[in-house]
Ligand binder design. Structure first.
Ligand code: GRG
Length: 341
């Protein structure tokens, strides 16, 4: 195989595997199967409609894609097997369901108007019903976890839900000093985004019979991909158009949130500090902060930190036996860093 150096990840395969194509057969019916689960557990037509709204296939399916790839990379590493086990596929579905349940609640909390280029769920239905539909998705996911009859996996995936809630709680508070603020931001980022990807990867590894060390490799791959993904998300909020993103840009500032680009920028522009503390509430705060971030090195520094996490993810993936799935894990790190939406 030929290799070439890429900007951020050292040695990468010279050919470009399309990870989505590679696991097309395993991924194809994931949304359809999730909808079936949600429909079959209630007779209430309205609950069915609301709960299935975010499973129309408009999402990137990052979480099921990573879960399936990690599962297959682990299965190949252990037994030279290319077969995805049924419980591993269930985890891919559960992962997307926990993700969507959190999006549903997030949209109610943030009162957002758009997601994925269409009206967000709370813009279409009453908030009380939407909140309960989010709970319902989580409850059906819990039943699917129980059906796996694996205590370690139950604990691992339950941890994700506690992390998501704590991450969201952390986002409501802020810290006084710059150092505290960055540590707070990184922990929040792990809990809100990386924990789900990391623990889903760990779960599929355990279901594939991985020992503790191998499960840790899967976890660390997912953790680093998740952190990089969120850092890029925070960057895109400053540079991508709302048409591309399918939701308004500078949304984080408008919500009063100081993400990595702002936290880096305030090292050169300390006038950002009082704005961060008052959560960009004064009339010109959002515009001024937006401009200062663009004038600073904050966007480059955020990308650099995301690249560091991708390099770490690649290092963990490279410790697995080479296979198309393992190689795809390297490609995923490129997709995460280069994505535009
Ligand atoms: C009830 C499970 C539950 C949680 C409650 C509201 C809450 C606590 C957590 C919210 C966590 C949250 C919204 C994290 C954001 C993660 C993130 C980066 C979302 C965007 O992911 P994409 O870009 O979305 O993969 P698509 O649309 O492609 O699926």
């Amino acid at each position: 195989m030929r290799y070439k150096h890429t900007q951020h990840s050292g040695l990468l395969p010279d050919y470009r595997i399309d990870p989505y194509k590679l696991i097309e057969a395993d991924l194809k019916d994931v949304y359809e199967d999730i909808r079936k689960e949600l429909v079959s557990n209630t007779q209430n037509e309205e609950l069915r409609t609301i709960a299935t709204y975010y499973f129309g296939g408009q999402g990137k399916a990052l979480r099921p894609m990573v879960a399936i790839l990690v599962a297959k990379a682990i299965n190949y590493h252990k037994d030279k097997s290319s077969v995805l086990l049924a419980p591993q596929r269930q985890v891919a579905m559960i992962s997307e369901m926990i993700h969507s349940a959190s999006l549903v609640h997030d949209d109610v909390i943030d009162q957002s108007d758009f997601r994925r280029g269409k009206p967000s769920i709370n813009a279409l239905w009453n908030q009380k019903k939407v909140t309960m539909a989010g709970d319902y998705i989580l409850a059906v996911a819990s039943m699917m976890i129980a059906r796996l009859h694996n205590d370690d996996v139950t604990l691992t995936l339950s941890q994700v839900v506690t992390d998501l809630v704590q991450g969201e709680f952390m986002q409501l508070g802020s810290k006084e000093t710059e150092n505290e603020r960055f540590a707070h931001y990184l922990t929040k980022t792990y809990r809100k985004t990386a924990s789900l990807i990391a623990n889903s990867a760990k779960s599929v590894a355990m279901l594939g019979g991985a020992d503790e060390n191998l499960a840790e490799v899967a976890f660390q791959y997912g953790r680093n991909i998740g952190l990089a993904f969120q850092l890029v998300d925070d960057l895109l909020d400053f540079v991508s158009s709302s048409d591309t993103m399918g939701k308004p840009t500078a949304a984080d500032l408008r919500l009063g949130l100081a993400t990595a680009p702002v936290l880096f920028a305030c090292k050169h522009y300390p006038e950002l500090n009082p704005m961060i503390l008052r959560r960009f509430q004064e009339p010109d705060d959002v515009d001024r902060a937006f401009q200062l971030v663009h004038k600073s090195q904050g966007l480059e520094q955020t990308k650099f930190l995301a690249q560091k996490h991708c390099i770490e993810a690649v290092r963990f993936a490279q410790s697995l036996t080479e296979s198309p799935y393992q190689q795809s894990l390297l490609v995923v790190s490129d997709l995460v860093i280069n994505r535009i939406k």
